[in-house]
Design a protein around this ligand. Structure first.
Ligand code: TA6
Length: 298
C-alpha cells in the first residue's frame, strides 16, 4: 500500500489544519473550525474525532489498535470496494481495503463561513489490484464545521465497468444504546444479519435496540435521526446512498479485543452505504459520489 503522508505539512493552515503524529504515532491531520474540531488518521482516511459545540459526536474504542494495516475501531472507517465479507472469497479482508490503506492529503482549505475542508486520495496500486483487479481513484472530502460532511467520490479509471459496495461505517457516541431511538427507517426493508440475512420490514415505529443489532436497510435515501435522551439528537442525511446500516454488537463486543471492557453501550453505528442490491455499477471513466451529513444540532 502506498505510504500515507501529510507531505511534511505542505497542507498546513495556521489555526485551521495541522499535521503530525496521532494515536500510535500514525500520521494525522487536525482540523480546527469555527464551531468544531476533528482529527483524520491517514490510515484509512479515518475521521477518528469530531467534536462540535462541546459534544463528542463520534465514538472511538479505548482499545482500538492504531497500527499500519489494521482497521481503526471507531470514528468513520471508509468501506470500499466491498461491504461486509467479500462476495466470493472469504479469505479477503472484510469490508475491503480502503480502511486499512494509507491515504494521501491532496488539498486543505478554510471556507468563508469558517468550515475547514481536507481532501484525501487513494489510487489503485499493485497491492489493491492484487485484491481487486481494477484501476480507480478515491477522492474523499471531509468538511468540518457545525456539521460533519463527508463525500466519497469513486472514479473508474479502468477500461471497463466495475461494481462496488461502500459505506461510511460511522460510530456515533451515545449515552446508552439501550435508551436511544432511531427515526427515518420506518416501513423500510432490511436484511437482518443476526437472522441469516432474512428480509424483514421495520414497522411504522422508531427503531429501538434490545440486543445485538445488525441490519442493512435497502432502497432508502431517507435521512435518519438518532434520538439520545441524554446527549440530544444527531441528524444523518445523505445523497448518492441507497442503503443504511444499523449495528451494535451488544455484549458480543466483550470478546472483541478492540471493543471490549463494557464499551458497547456507548455507541451505535448508523452507516451511510450502498450495499447488497444497492451495489454501484460504474462505467469506464465515470464517477460516483456518496455524501453523508452528520449534524448534531437538529
Ligand atoms: O456494519 C456492520 C458490520 O458489517 C457488522 O456485521 C460487523 O461485522 C461490523 O460491520 C464490524 O465489522 P469489522 O470488520 O469492523 O469488525
Amino acid at each position: 500500500m502506498q505510504s500515507g503522508s501529510t507531505q511534511g505539512g505542505r497542507f498546513e493552515i495556521p489555526g485551521a489544519v495541522s499535521c503530525g503524529a496521532g494515536e500510535g504515532g500514525l500520521p494525522c491531520a487536525r482540523l480546527t473550525a469555527a464551531e468544531a474540531e476533528a482529527e483524520i488518521c491517514l490510515l484509512g482516511a479515518t475521521v477518528t474525532r469530531y467534536d462540535a459545540g462541546g459534544r463528542k459526536v463520534l465514538f472511538c474504542s479505548e482499545t482500538s489498535k492504531f497500527a499500519s494495516g489494521k482497521a481503526i475501531r471507531g470514528g468513520v472507517p471508509v468501506i470500499f470496494p466491498w461491504f461486509g465479507p467479500h462476495p466470493t472469497d472469504a479469505a479477503l479482508p472484510q469490508h475491503g481495503f480502503a480502511r486499512t490503506s494509507e491515504w494521501l492529503v491532496t488539498e486543505a482549505r478554510r471556507t468563508g463561513d469558517g468550515d475547514v475542508v481536507v481532501v484525501l486520495e487513494l489510487t489503485a496500486s499493485d497491492a489493491t489490484r492484487a485484491l481487486w483487479p481494477h484501476d480507480f481513484l478515491l477522492r474523499y472530502t471531509v468538511s468540518v464545521g457545525s456539521r460533519l460532511m463527508l463525500t466519497l467520490e469513486v472514479v473508474n479509471r479502468s477500461g471497463e465497468p466495475f461494481q462496488f459496495t461502500e459505506a461510511f461505517h460511522t460510530y456515533l457516541a451515545v449515552s446508552d444504546v439501550r435508551n436511544i431511538r432511531i427515526t427515518g427507517l420506518e416501513n423500510t426493508e432490511y436484511a437482518d444479519k443476526v437472522a441469516g440475512m432474512a428480509r424483514k420490514r421495520l414497522p411504522h415505529a422508531p427503531l429501538t435496540l434490545f440486543g445485538e443489532t445488525d441490519r442493512v436497510f435497502v432502497n432508502t435515501a431517507a435521512a435518519c435521526t438518532l434520538h439520545d435522551p441524554e446527549y440530544g439528537d444527531i441528524h444523518v442525511s445523505k445523497s448518492g446512498s441507497r442503503s443504511t446500516v444499523v449495528w451494535n454488537p451488544w455484549d458480543k463486543a466483550d470478546s472483541m479485543a478492540d471493543l471490549g471492557g463494557g464499551q458497547w453501550p456507548g455507541f451505535v453505528c448508523i452507516e451511510t452505504a450502498n450495499a447488497l442490491e444497492n451495489a454501484v455499477t460504474l462505467a469506464a471513466g465515470a464517477s460516483h459520489r456518496m455524501t453523508a451529513i452528520i449534524d448534531p444540532h437538529e
